[in-house]
Design a binder for this molecule. Structure first.
Ligand SMILES: Nc1ncnc2c1ncn2[C@@H]1O[C@H](COP(=O)(O)OP(=O)(O)OP(=O)(O)O)[C@@H](O)[C@H]1O
Ligand SMILES: [Mg+2]
Length: 590
């Protein structure tokens, strides 16, 4: 037995026992009185009968006959009969010899009977030494009071009867109590069971298990409470699902955001930090929540931004630079957030990685500087020679023709430079369209080799082709392919010394072809490799310029290859040579 059921049941028991006891005591009292009255009445009736009998029989006048009659009758009706005359002298008695008995005038019941009314008394009998009940009636002859007739009964007989009644009462009360207990047990259970079910359901609900359906058949308050619990659980589940959905949506948005986001409370504790920010600042986001922002962020400028936002309750925007492990430019924008009571809650910080934008900006300024410089050099030369010619050199035919040659070479260089830049700007602005057709790679490479034959021979270099013969044609823009491989071969010749070897390998890999242009030239130091495809980038600026290079060749190569959906990569060892690998799809869809 537990809790509520115990209380309920014990209360029932108490109520049942107390009320049964009251009923038992009351019943006992009432029955006892009723029984005594009944017996007194019986005695009275019997006394009247005895009087009647005495009137009708002559023996009444004969003392010994009367004594016999009284004795016999007393035995028969199991009642003591005493007859006294008007002065209280005992005349006859069914239990004792009247001769030996004292005057009964003073007995309370006799006193009343002798005064003409019925007397009743319960007391101890001196004669029989026992408790008795007495009923006496006046005895009349010819209308005059001549004595009294008293009938009495042992109280022990009455008590025996009353004891029997007691037994009956006790047994019925016990049966009643048992039945009531059984009933209260059943009723108690029927009360407590639904409550226990609801308790278990509520406990499960509090642990997040909302599949609790209480189904009570009855239509009482408990059943209604059960239904309310069901409704509450459903509502709660709906609300929680809704909140979770919102939370998930928010966390998906936050985690998918490119921008880094951090939420810090006014005590500088991190409430939320998204993956982008962890990646951007190289943090461990799983350890961040709950810790102090200055502990986790470890960047003074960011912490200062947070502090200043909290101190002034104003947004802060600033660009910061991170140097390690790699240089990064980050734009930080903080805002104050307030809680529902409009009190300062904390700071939200949004971080944009602007490294790429910065790099592009730098490239643009660098580009402008480079272009101006590249244009300026030949222009300075041209205007210088024009000046010299004007000052008189024009008259020296031989000298003049030499100057004009130089001017022509510089003009050509300007022309080439402008052409290269046009190619680049066209390809970058996506204006360039490929004119696709079936082209024979082998033929293209051969025609390029004839273009460079003179330069190769001059440097006593060797150009070797290793072309796998299992394919002949690919879909591409022929002119652009010529541009790509001319540039690569031109570089190879240019950056390879006397007697070097240039090898062009061509083979297919599934639906692609690979063309490797390798040389045994000066090679490219490792640190320059990632940048050589940038516009105007040259490893050794002075040397390349001397050789007429502007550093646009590889940038053009890369763009043209990308337009074909291909890739280009480089491997190189300084002093031993370089190898450029171009991968192109055999078929491309324009
Ligand atoms: N085969 C190579 N061997 C060694 N260095 C090379 C080779 N190819 C390119 N480079 C390096 O890469 C730089 C960029 O090459 P790129 O072709 O873009 O410019 P360039 O040849 O100098 O000028 P341009 O091609 O415009 O005449 C070169 O200046 C050179 O330093
Ligand atoms: Mg080049």
């Amino acid at each position: 037995m537990r809790g509520i059921f115990k209380k309920l049941f014990l209360t029932y028991v108490l109520v049942i026992v107390v009320s049964s006891a009251i009923i038992a005591i009351f019943t006992d009292y009432v029955l006892k009185e009723y029984y005594k009255d009944e017996i007194a009445h019986e005695l009275e009736v019997s006394a009247v009968l005895v009087e009647d009998m005495m009137e009708n029989f002559a023996f009444a006048k004969n003392p010994s006959k009367l004594q016999n009659f009284v004795k016999r009758l007393g035995e028969k009706i199991k009642t003591r009969i005493t007859i006294v005359n008007s002065d209280g002298t005992v005349f006859a008695d069914s239990e004792s010899d009247p001769e030996t008995m004292e005057n009964h005038k003073d007995r309370p019941e006799m006193e009343k009977a002798l005064s003409g009314i019925i007397g009743k008394s319960v007391r101890h009998s001196d004669t029989l030494n026992i408790d008795m009940m007495y009923v006496a009636i006046p005895l009349k002859s010819n209308g005059n009071l001549s004595g009294a007739i008293r009938l009495s009964i042992f109280l022990s007989d009455i008590n025996r009867k009353i004891k029997q009644i007691h037994k009956i009462i006790i047994v019925s009360v016990l049966i009643g109590i048992l039945a009531a207990l059984l009933l209260s047990f059943i009723v108690g259970k029927s009360f407590v069971n639904p409550i226990l079910l609801m308790k278990t359901a509520a406990e499960k609900i509090s642990k997040g298990d909302f599949n609790q359906k209480l189904d009570f058949k009855a239509n009482d308050e408990l059943a209604r409470l059960g239904h309310s619990l069901n409704a509450m659980s459903e509502e709660l589940q709906k609300n929680i699902t809704e909140t979770e959905r919102e939370k998930n949506e928010l966390s998906i948005v936050l985690s998918d955001m490119v921008e880094g986001v951090i939420l810090v409370d006014k005590n500088r504790r991190i409430i939320m930090l998204n993956q982008s920010l962890s990646n951007m600042l190289y943090l461990r986001s799983d350890e961040a929540v709950g810790r102090h922002s200055w502990e986790i962020l470890g960047n003074e400028e960011i912490n200062n931004a947070i502090e200043s936002t909290l101190a002034k309750a104003e947004p802060v925007r600033k660009d910061i630079t991170i140097l390690l492990p790699e240089e990064k430019y980050i734009q930080v924008q903080t805002s104050v957030i307030y809680d529902e009571n409009n009190e300062l809650y904390g700071v939200v910080g949004v971080f944009h990685d602007i490294t790429q934008i910065r790099k592009l900006e730098n490239m643009r300024t660098e580009f402008v500087a480079n272009v101006s410089h590249e244009l300026k050099t030949p222009l300075t030369a041209i205007s210088g020679f024009i000046e010299t010619l004007k000052e008189g050199a024009i008259n020296d035919k031989k000298e003049a023709s030499k100057f004009l040659d130089i001017m022509q070479a510089n003009t050509e260089r300007l022309n080439n430079l402008i052409n290269d830049m046009l190619v680049i700007s066209k390809s970058e602005s996506k204006e360039m369209k490929l004119e696709l057709k079936k082209v024979n790679i082998e033929k293209i490479l051969e025609s390029i080799s004839s273009m460079y034959k003179e330069r190769i021979d001059k440097k006593s270099q060797k150009l070797i082709f290793e072309i796998a013969n299992n394919f002949t044609e690919i879909t591409a823009d022929e002119e652009k392919l010529i541009q790509i491989f001319s540039n690569l071969i031109d570089n190879a010749i240019k950056f390879t010394g006397q007697g070097g070897v240039i090898t062009v390998k061509c083979y297919d890999v599934q639906d692609k072809i690979k063309i490797e242009v390798s040389d045994t030239g000066i090679g490219i130091p490792k640190e320059h490799l990632p940048r050589i495809f940038e516009r105007f980038y040259r490893v050794d600026k002075a040397r390349s310029r001397e050789m007429g290079g502007t550093g646009l060749g590889l940038a053009i190569v890369k763009h043209l290859i990308q337009l074909h959906g291909g890739t280009v990569s480089v491997e190189s060892q300084p002093g031993r040579g370089s190898s450029f690998t171009v991968v192109l799809p055999k078929e491309i869809n324009s």
